[in-house]
Ligand binder design. Sequence first.
Ligand SMILES: [Zn+2]
Ligand SMILES: [Zn+2]
Length: 485
Amino acid sequence: MSESAGEGFAAVRVVERLRVVHSMIAAAQAEEVELMTQLYRLRREQQLQLGVGALYAGEDAATEIGIALKVSQRSADGLIALGLGLDNRYSGTREAFADGRIDLPRVRAISETLANASEDLVAELESRIVAYAEKAEPQRVRRTLRRWLLEADPAGQAARRKSAEADRYVKVTAADDGTALLDGVLPAAGGQALYERLREMATTQCCGNDPRITNQRRADALVALADGRGRLTCECGRADCPRTDEGEPSPTARKALVQVGVSMETLAGLQDNPALLAGLGAIDADLARQIARHARFDVITDPAARPPAPAARPTDSELRYRPAARAARRVRALDGGCRAPGCGVPPAGTDLDHQDRFDHADPENGGRTVESNLGCRCRRHHRLKTLADNGANGWQVVHHPDRKVEWRTPSGGSVITSPEGAKFLFPALAVPPVTAAGVPDAEPIRPLIDPGPVVNAMTELVHVYCTPGQRRAVRSHVGTSRVTM
Ligand SMILES: [Zn+2]
Ligand SMILES: [Zn+2]
């Protein structure tokens, strides 16, 4: 392609302008990071003075930013940590960022690569790498800086590695269309061992007629390691598959802790409303029915449809601090996770927190242990609520009817969250079932409640909503053994 002189001139101007805009965005982003860090310091200072522990003081600044900017708490956490690093360790990088000479990805590349380096090494290498970063993309910045670190201090590498290994983790988050994203940092040897094991399982435990590609078999191998089967099952479908019977008993999956909230109508195939896979998010009706086929059930009735409780003396269970198991399951099913905005902690990882505080000394005078007074909160947001009750952080956490929770920040922001689980258990909108052609239906959706033998890898508790009429019908069909009422 050749350009005319006019076109060439126009393109040059566009590229020039692009450089300017990119640099302006970087400078603005530097200010944003700086302001977030400022807010964190302010909140931390206030809370330390009020006696909040040093480990947690200021941690709710990220939640406050999340509410103000509609960003996730996690991204605010990350930017605050970056800002603190720039202030405390990387002044040269901070300056270049503020000037718009390097952008956020390159700032991250520098601070992450230097994270485990000594102060002396930072002093030695920082200005050099900043100058280099002005002319190189983030990937090259990381690579070059790693090499410089090894050249400047080969003996310190062991200490840096140890320090990096301390940040190991494994995380599973929701991805699109009913899949999950696995992400983590392992010590290099452990990571290699895992990968080799998956590769070995994928290549030795299935015959050449297995329809899956290697990537898919490796992924299935990881699940097989987790669910207790320990080995892959070849999917060639041949009775004489050379890889099936090698003297081992046929593997059975352990029940995994998977929780799904789904409406009765959807489970019965009368509707195709989405379901909630706890901790991961919405999944389609068909996948929910597949998981439900082998699950244990817990019927959750609509709290709005319950008759109002008579204002009599509180029952024993209402005066006990710990909710009964069944009430706890209900609250977790309805809330579907931590009730704080922008928080993704799944229900199993939350505390059931009393909205009106329980009085251990005199239970009759405190908040009751009843569904309407209980809400799911992760540890961090449980602390936020406790500090709010003690007037130590300026927040207000207010419960409204229908399990709505209002979070008022000390700087005047406010957001109301509604119980995520209930939206799936009691959908406001009925999605008509997808019919006939195009619907994969390997197994017929016969069992409505009776799950049959447990063979599925993804099996556990399915929360089902049914109307009293439907429940009676189901009972008369299959008995009550599997339905917790
Ligand atoms: Zn085979
Ligand atoms: Zn939370």
